[in-house]
Ligand binder design. Structure first.
Ligand code: SAM
Ligand code: SF4
Length: 450
C-alpha cells in the first residue's frame, strides 16, 4: 500500500505597521485564521496568504503600501508560474481610507479589509481565494467585530485587551476619526470575560487598548471598569493606552492613588505646549489644564512615570511657540515619549492650513526636543539605581543565567537570576541603567523581609 502524503500546510505571511492597536489587531487576525490551519511564514514568497496590516498615521504610508504591493506582485507571478496561489489582503487604516483606490490601482490585491471586518476574514479570504467574493470589506460595526472574534490565545504573561475603538475628537492633524470611525466602547461584561480568559491562561499584566481609552463608556465609567478588572484574581498589573487629557476624570485620577494593580505609568499625549497651537490642533485642552492633571496625579501617586506624544512644526508654529513645548517638557519631565514632525494627512483640516513649516525647521525642532526628552528618559532610568523594584518576569535575559522583565514604570529589565518563572513578580535591585533599559540582581527575599 502506498503511503499517503500529507498535504503541505498553507502559509500566512503577515506584516504589521504602526501602533499597538495594529499589533493587537494582527494577533486577533491570526487567532481568527487559526482554525483554517495557516502556518506562519517569515518569507512572503512562501505564502499562500499575505496580509499587510497598514497604518495611515505617518507620511507616505500609502506609497509604502503600494511599493510593498509591487514587491508582492512579483512573488505572486512567480508562484502562479509554479501552479501555486497567493491571496494578497490589505488590512488596517490605509485599507479603510483608500480601499476603492487600492482596488483600482492594484488589481493583484485580492481583498481589502477595514479594521471592523476582521471577524469575517475566514469567509472573506476563502471567497477571495476562489474569486467569488467582494474585494472590498470595510463596512462593519465595531460591536459586530468585538462580538464575533474568538477567545484569545495569549503567548506570554502580558497581553493587550481592546476595550474601545474609534475617535470623535477630530484633532485637526489626525486621520484616526476617518479611518477608525466613531468612538465605540465594548460592553463591560465582554471585557471582563476576556480578561478572565487571559488570566486563566497565565496572563499577569493586561494593557487596555483604545484610541481614546479613557473615554470608555461601555456601561460604566473607565475608572469603574479598571476597578472591576482589578478584582480578577491572577491579573496583577493593569495599564492603559492611549489616553486623552480631557478624559482624565476625578475618579480616574483618584484610582491612581488607591489601586495598587494600576501601574504608576501613564501615557498622556499633550502634543504641544503652546495654547494657540493646541487650539489650532483642536485638542480641547490648554497647557495649564494638562499641567494641572499632572500635579493632581503626582499628588496621589508621587512616583508616577509620565509619557507623551509631541508634534513639532504644526502649521503656523513659530519658534517661540515651539519653545513653549520645550518649557512644558522641562517643567513636567517625562520618563519616555514619542515625538514626530508634523506630516500633512490628506483630508484633515491641518493639511489645508496656511503656514506649513519647512522640513528643515521641523527637523531642527525635532532634534532639539528629542535631545531633551532622551536626557530626561536617561535621567529617569539612572534615578532607579540602588532602588529595589518589583519586576514581572517575561522571559530569558540577554545572557545565560539572566531573566528579562518589566518594572512598574514599563522599563525593560535584565537581571541575574536562574530560578524565576515567567509570570513571577520578583524583587530586583537596580545596578545599571541606560536610555532604554535597566540591569539588576534579584533579591532572595522580598524587601521588607530581606
Ligand atoms: N489617540 C491618541 C491621542 O489622542 O494622543 C493617539 C493617536 S495617534 C495613533 C498617535 C500619535 O501620532 C498622536 O498622538 C500624534 O502625536 C501622532 N500623529 C498623529 N497624526 C499625526 C500627523 N499628521 N503628523 C505627525 N504626527 C501625528
Ligand atoms: Fe487622533 Fe486626536 Fe482622536 Fe487621538 S484624540 S485619535 S490624536 S483625533
Amino acid at each position: 500500500m502506498s503511503e499517503q502524503k500529507r498535504p503541505e500546510p498553507k502559509r500566512l505571511f503577515m506584516e504589521t505597521y504602526g501602533c499597538q492597536m495594529n499589533v493587537y489587531d494582527s494577533e486577533r487576525m491570526r487567532d481568527v485564521l487559526a482554525p483554517l490551519g495557516y502556518a506562519i511564514t517569515e518569507k512572503p514568497d512562501d505564502a499562500d496568504l499575505v496580509i499587510l496590516n497598514t497604518c495611515h498615521i505617518r507620511e507616505k504610508a500609502t506609497e509604502k503600501v503600494y511599493s510593498e504591493i509591487g514587491r508582492l506582485r512579483a512573488h505572486k507571478e512567480r508562484r502562479a508560474s509554479e501552479g501555486k496561489g497567493m491571496t494578497i489582503t490589505i488590512a488596517g487604516c490605509v485599507a479603510q481610507a483608500e480601499g476603492e483606490e487600492i482596488m483600482r490601482r492594484a488589481p493583484e490585491v485580492d481583498l481589502v479589509v477595514g479594521p471592523q471586518a476582521y471577524h469575517k476574514l475566514p469567509e472573506l479570504i476563502a471567497r477571495a481565494a476562489r474569486k467569488t467574493g467582494e474585494r472590498l470589506a470595510a463596512d462593519f460595526t465595531a460591536q459586530e467585530k468585538f462580538d464575533a472574534l474568538p477567545a484569545r490565545a495569549p503567548d506570554g504573561v502580558t497581553a493587550f485587551l481592546s476595550i474601545q475603538e474609534g475617535c470623535d475628537k477630530f484633532c485637526t492633524f489626525c486621520v484616526v476619526p476617518y479611518t477608525r470611525g466613531a468612538e465605540f466602547s465594548r460592553p463591560q461584561a465582554s471585557i471582563i470575560a476576556e480578561a478572565r480568559v487571559l488570566a486563566d491562561k497565565g496572563v499577569r499584566e493586561v494593557t487596555l487598548l483604545g484610541q481614546n481609552v479613557n473615554a470608555y463608556h461601555g456601561g460604566s465609567t473607565f475608572a469603574e471598569l479598571l476597578d472591576a478588572l482589578a478584582q480578577i484574581e491572577g491579573i496583577a498589573r493593569i495599564r492603559y493606552i492611549t489616553s486623552h487629557p480631557i478624559e482624565m476624570t476625578d475618579d480616574l485620577i483618584a484610582l491612581h492613588g488607591s489601586e495598587t494593580k494600576l501601574m504608576p505609568y501613564l501615557h498622556l499625549p499633550v502634543q504641544a505646549g503652546s495654547d494657540r497651537i493646541l487650539k489650532a490642533m483642536n485638542r480641547k485642552h490648554d497647557s495649564a489644564f494638562y499641567r494641572d492633571i499632572i500635579t493632581r496625579l503626582r499628588a496621589v501617586r508621587p512616583d508616577i512615570a509620565l509619557s507623551s506624544d509631541f508634534i513639532v512644526g504644526f502649521p503656523g508654529e513659530k519658534e517661540r511657540e515651539f519653545e513653549e513645548t520645550m518649557q512644558l517638557v522641562r517643567d513636567v519631565t517625562f520618563a519616555s515619549a514619542f515625538s514626530f514632525k508634523y506630516s500633512p494627512r490628506p483630508g484633515t483640516p491641518a493639511a489645508a492650513m496656511l503656514g506649513q513649516v519647512s522640513e528643515e525647521e521641523k527637523s531642527d525642532r525635532l532634534a532639539r526636543l528629542q535631545k531633551l526628552l532622551f536626557e530626561q528618559q536617561t535621567a529617569f532610568n539612572l534615578a532607579q539605581i540602588d532602588r529595589v523594584l518589583p519586576v514581572l518576569v517575561t522571559g530569558k535575559g540577554r545572557m545565560p543565567g539572566q531573566k528579562h522583565g518589566r518594572t512598574p514604570y514599563l522599563q525593560s529589565m535584565h537581571f541575574d537570576d536562574d530560578a524565576a518563572q515567567n509570570g513571577d513578580i520578583v524583587y530586583v535591585r537596580v545596578v545599571g541603567a541606560s536610555q532604554n533599559s535597566l540591569s539588576g540582581a534579584r533579591l532572595a527575599l522580598a524587601p521588607e523581609a530581606a
